[in-house]
Write a protein that binds this ligand. Structure first.
Ligand SMILES: Nc1ncnc2c1ncn2[C@@H]1O[C@H](COP(=O)(O)OP(=O)(O)OP(=O)(O)O)[C@@H](O)[C@H]1O
Ligand SMILES: [Mg+2]
Length: 370
């Protein structure tokens, strides 16, 4: 095991800070107060690091002060066998500690992600994309929560033909927003998809505060793999609260100048709010509409690649009229394939649709023969 020797506290602090070493041996002649100061500090800032104190004489006063400061062991400077054992014990404690804190990390990493679907212009397809994306992720076995944050005019419940007995408006009567509270608010669509419905009566949302949105999302992230937020076409204070919790922004565009202008303004606002661009994904809805603008014009104007092209199809309103997202009604439809491919870019374990795989394979074989 590599050993680094230092002769002052500042260098030792730097080494502890690096986090590479798990054991500090303080020499028998080193200043006791400085050694105790370091132990007390690293116990809080780097609890994996063990400090062992060597002393010429080990008396009860030194032992007491050392233990109070968080020194793991005090060993007589001449007792080499005792020192070896103390080092082994301390390294074992550090190993277990690292395992434990490692598993805490894993638990933290398992927190779900929040995906917000937004466009500052109405009617661009936010609800269509949110509901189908939720269906795609749920079909892939993800635990999904779809939060209808269009508090005044939300229509997720209608699109999915749900009859919620509780909605987000009930959040105001909760004394605490914990996991049980979130579970009590959702309306299940199927085994892996729950919906937090918008209030059924317009105006009922006025009691809701932005902090409720923050708390609901914070807790929902712990319960679900993905929380999808469908939003109103405006930067409301609720939307801004959701943005703060958002991992991925799906910014909807359509091939018309007003939608493009609004998206450009949205991007400028997101820039001002300092949400990093690598979390933005432009989704072009009705991407095949022949209206003069081309997808390449959109990319040029926005200076950003389009992450997903969702075609226009009658199957979308038809499915809505039947109360089933097109993704469930017709999973192989081009709209469903585009949304599933989008889902795969957001969450790694979603299978890429057959259609796309086929195209990739064809391209590869063309490449191979060229
Ligand atoms: N790809 C598509 N092909 C055909 N119709 C579509 C498509 N996307 C959306 N639509 C239709 O366009 C209309 C508006 O879509 P949607 O409700 O999803 O937009 P929105 O952005 O949520 O609107 P709002 O701002 O009012 O909430 C709906 O009737 C929907 O069925
Ligand atoms: Mg909508």
């Amino acid at each position: 095991m590599p050993i680094t020797t230092v002769d002052n506290l500042a260098s030792l602090r730097r080494i502890v800070e690096d986090g590479e070493d798990d054991l500090v041996l303080v020499g028998a002649d080193a200043d006791l107060d400085l050694a105790l100061e370091l132990a007390a500090e690293s116990r809080v800032t780097h609890p994996c690091v063990g400090v062992i104190l060597l002393r010429r004489r080990v008396d009860s006063a030194v032992l007491r002060d050392a233990l109070r400061a968080g020194v793991r062991e005090v060993v007589n400077g001449d007792d080499l066998a005792g020192l070896r054992e103390a080092c082994e014990r301390s390294l074992e404690v550090s190993r277990k500690f690292r395992e434990l804190t490692g598993s805490v990390h894993v638990a933290e990493q398992r927190e779900g992600k929040v995906v917000t679907v937004f466009a500052a212009k109405g009617g661009t397809g936010k609800t269509t994309i949110s509901t189908n994306l939720a269906a795609a992720l749920s079909r892939a076995g993800q635990r999904v929560c779809l939060f209808d944050l269009d508090l005044a005019f939300g229509d997720v419940s209608i699109v999915l033909q749900l009859q919620p007995s509780r909605t987000v408006a009930d959040v105001v009567s909760l004394s605490r927003i914990d996991e049980a509270a979130v579970r009590s608010l959702v309306t299940p669509y199927n085994d892996t998809l729950d919906v937090i419905a918008a209030p059924l009566v317009p105006g009922q949302y006025e009691q809701i505060e932005p902090r409720h949105v923050t708390d609901l999302l914070t807790v929902a992230k712990r319960l679900y793999d993905v929380v999808i937020v469908d939003s109103p076409p405006a930067f409301t204070e609720y939307v801004l609260a959701a943005f703060d919790q958002t991992d991925d922004f799906l910014l909807l565009a359509t091939l018309d100048v007003p939608a493009l202008k609004n998206l450009k303004l949205t991007m400028e606002t997101l820039d001002l709010l300092a949400y990093p661009r690598d979390r933005w994904h432009v989704v072009l809805n009705r991407a095949d509409a022949h209206v003069g603008l081309l997808p390449s014009d959109v990319e040029q104007t926005l200076n950003m690649k389009i992450a997903a092209h969702v075609p226009s199809s009658r199957a979308v309103p038809d499915a809505v009229n039947r109360g089933v997202p097109v993704l469930i009604d017709k999973p192989k439809h081009a709209v469903s394939a585009a949304v599933t491919a989008l889902a795969a870019t957001l969450v790694s374990n979603v299978a890429v649709p057959e259609r796309k795989r086929l195209r990739l394979r064809v391209r590869q074989s063309v490449g191979a023969t060229a």
